[in-house]
Design a protein around this ligand. Structure first.
Ligand SMILES: Nc1ncnc2c1ncn2[C@@H]1O[C@H](COP(=O)(O)OP(=O)(O)OP(=O)(O)O)[C@@H](O)[C@H]1O
Ligand SMILES: [Mg+2]
Length: 175
């Protein structure tokens, strides 16, 4: 987890229930949960909330943070053979994927992303995604650069009605 976010443990009030549910389950072992989607303009507190949730999960020694672009770079470095990195991303107890819409996607990386999202969705593993755009807007963009069916399949899972979606708004807290 980036150092900037590892000190504070702040979580937006609207995500408190999600955190409480996941954290109380982790106390007893593994947790199941829908996805948590945090979207909105820069500087509004999405990464802060994602990391705040992970900090609580790390008290139970579970929680894995990934910047979307470096996550997909690392997967690419496995030279096409699904390896340890993919296994971790698909199987880790709690995963945060930060800045999903900032990752430059290729046909190949969209397929890997599908494999991660689909597996975690099937297993109901707690997964937190942050992005500036809405899922709908992002999927349209992805469909233009990669296989449309795969893009829509990822979008469908991210837009599952069961998911918790929180829109962040207002001006950047960096300024
Ligand atoms: N509730 C809060 N109160 C005060 N400061 C906050 C709060 N939440 C976040 N911040 C601060 O605001 C800044 C921006 O927060 P953060 O990085 O979480 O935004 P973001 O939504 O992830 O932005 P981006 O879309 O650019 O990644 C950080 O310096 C963070 O410490
Ligand atoms: Mg952020």
């Amino acid at each position: 987890m980036p150092r900037r976010f590892s000190a504070r443990g702040m979580v937006d009030d609207r995500a408190a229930e999600y955190l409480e549910s996941v954290s109380s389950q982790l106390e007893r072992g593994a947790a199941q949960a829908p996805f948590l989607i945090l979207h909105g303009p820069p500087g509004t507190g999405k990464t802060t909330t994602a990391c705040g949730i992970l900090m609580a999960c790390l008290e139970h020694r579970m929680g894995h943070f990934e910047q979307a672009s470096s996550m997909l770079e690392a997967v690419k470095d496995e030279f096409g053979v699904p390896g340890a990195k993919m296994a971790t991303l698909r199987g880790t107890a709690v995963l945060a994927i930060d800045d999903l819409d900032k990752a430059r996607l290729t046909e190949w990386s969209v397929e890997r992303l599908y494999e991660i999202v689909d597996k975690r969705h099937m297993d109901r593993k707690p997964t937190i995604v942050t992005m500036n755009q809405t899922v709908g807007a992002w999927v349209k963009r992805v469909a233009a650069v990669a296989d449309r069916e795969t893009a829509f399949a990822i979008g469908d899972r991210l837009a599952d009605a069961e998911n918790v979606v929180i829109e962040f708004s207002g001006r950047s807290m960096r300024r």
